[in-house]
Design a protein around this ligand. Structure first.
Ligand code: PLP
Ligand code: LYS
Length: 432
């Protein structure tokens, strides 16, 4: 299935029960449109899989994929926990009145300010990443007279490259404590003896956009090797195992995502078996899905402007957005599918390339896509833009960031206002 939306009898794409032409007229373009029902369905798929297996779990939405007050309110309604990686993401969570005990702070270089804010608001846990941070956290905790649960982020030496997994002897990563070279154990020994840090368990994250369960299972095996040795040497038993995010979604026909519950069934089975072998109590399982919660829930609507044909070479179809609202094609050569939203069931007749409007030749949203004959004023819907789209939006060329609309059961609501040109000078100070 190319996209999860409906084409109505006026031949127009509908998202969450509202047609794209109406949305574009009402809110302008470029416009991120989320079908909130899909976000809820994705969240429930994880939560209900754990419930069905009777396993204690936390599904922490990785808010880096798309953070806004409305999004975090939906996450809260769906009983998710939350992974934040910055002061801004934590601030957004507080604005959304997210239960602080369900917030986990991540980051490979957390500042004293971020750590202080987390401790001040009594968040649920800090995922510690390096020795510098352990010292900062201890100092802040002592200063505020508090204690904090932590997970130790370890690098298990497994790197997932979508379909294959590479075992690297010496993990080359800016994140976490390496298991192989003993850093993880050194950090564990420090944390275990701390008066203010409570060692709750282990965390690992092997990558993103992963389509198979094998990589996760290999990571679980590595974690249990570690747990068994720490259990033998120090009597350690983890209360929590956090295996990160990375569950893959469909961008194009080359992507074949698993049902989200499949990852959970496989993970729980392996963790149960390993816990039994190690004769320890089944730990709580935490996961941190980002992309798989929001990625396929949104499309971006653009208005087509200039159409430039270079005979025998290429037809460039330019839209009113580009790398400022979707950096992924320029950054990762990411590939997307799209449709002309106002004539969504028309048969493609030509191959064109979709250009953004930034002053960069590399600002291309889609190379070589088959579309019906397009003209200025047509509406282009690019699918699966819900994760790392708005989140990585930027102001290059001083374009304002697009608006975001949530649609559910035929009702649309603006949840992030469009950034207007006047707002782009709000931080500028005069030099006259
Ligand atoms: C630690 C951590 N957790 C969770 C995620 C979310 O990943 P995804 O959006 O692929 O589920 C990431 C990003 O890769 C991450 O670095
Ligand atoms: N931003 C990336 C993923 C980074 C995942 C976070 N560690 C993307 O768009 O695919």
């Amino acid at each position: 299935m190319q996209h999860p939306f409906v084409i109505n009898d006026q031949h127009v794409l509908e998202i969450g029960g509202v047609d794209a032409v109406t949305l574009a007229k009402k809110y302008g373009t470029p416009l991120f449109v989320y079908d909130v029902g899909i976000i809820r369905k994705n969240a429930k798929a994880f939560v209900e899989a754990f419930e069905a297996l009777g396993v204690k779990a936390q599904v922490a939405y990785a808010s880096k994929a798309f953070s806004s007050v409305a999004m975090l309110q939906v996450a809260k309604q769906e009983k998710l926990s939350l992974d934040v990686v910055s002061r801004g993401e934590l601030h957004t969570a507080l604005k959304a009145d997210f239960p602080t005990e369900k917030i986990h702070l991540h980051g490979n270089n957390k500042s004293q300010e971020e750590i202080s804010m987390a401790v001040e608001h009594d968040i649920g846990c800090v995922v510690v990443d390096n020795f510098h941070e352990i010292a900062l956290l201890e100092a802040v905790l002592k200063e505020q007279g508090k204690q904090m649960d932590v997970l130790l982020r370890v690098t298990p030496g497994i790197e997932a490259h979508t379909h294959d997994y590479i075992l690297t002897g010496n993990e080359d990563s800016k994140f976490g404590f390496d298991i192989a070279n003993g850093q993880a154990e050194k950090a564990f020994l420090h944390v275990k003896d701390s008066e203010v840090i409570r060692m709750k368990g282990l965390h690992c994250h092997i990558g993103s956009q992963i389509f198979e369960t094998d990589g996760f299972l290999m990571a679980v095996d590595r974690l249990f090797e570690l747990i068994k040795s720490w259990q033998r040497d120090y009597g350690f038993e983890p209360a929590v195992l956090n295996v990160g995010g990375g569950f893959g979604i469909r961008y194009t026909e080359n992507d074949e995502p698993l049902p989200l519950s499949d990852y959970i069934y496989a993970l729980v089975e392996r963790i149960k078996a390993e816990a039994e072998k190690a004769a320890i109590e089944m730990p709580e399982i935490w996961i941190e899905p980002g992309r798989s919660i929001v990625g396929n829930a949104a499309a971006t609507l653009y208005t087509i402007g200039s159409v430039k044909e270079i005979p025998g070479v290429r037809k460039y179809v330019a839209v009113d957005g580009g790398m400022t609202d979707n950096l992924r094609p320029a950054l990762y050569k990411a590939v997307y599918e799209a449709k002309i939203a106002n004539r969504a069931d028309e048969t493609p007749v030509e191959t064109v390339s979709i250009a953004g409007k930034c002053c960069e030749s590399g600002d291309m949203l889609i190379w070589d896509i088959d579309l019906p004959k397009v003209e200025a004023g047509d509406l282009l819907a690019v699918f699966s833009t819900g994760a790392y789209g708005y989140a990585m939006a930027n102001n290059y060329n001083r374009f304002g960031r697009p608006a975001v609309v949530f649609v559910e059961n035929g009702k649309d609501k603006l949840v992030v206002r469009r950034e207007e040109a006047e707002e782009l000078t709000r931080l500028d100070l005069s030099y006259e």
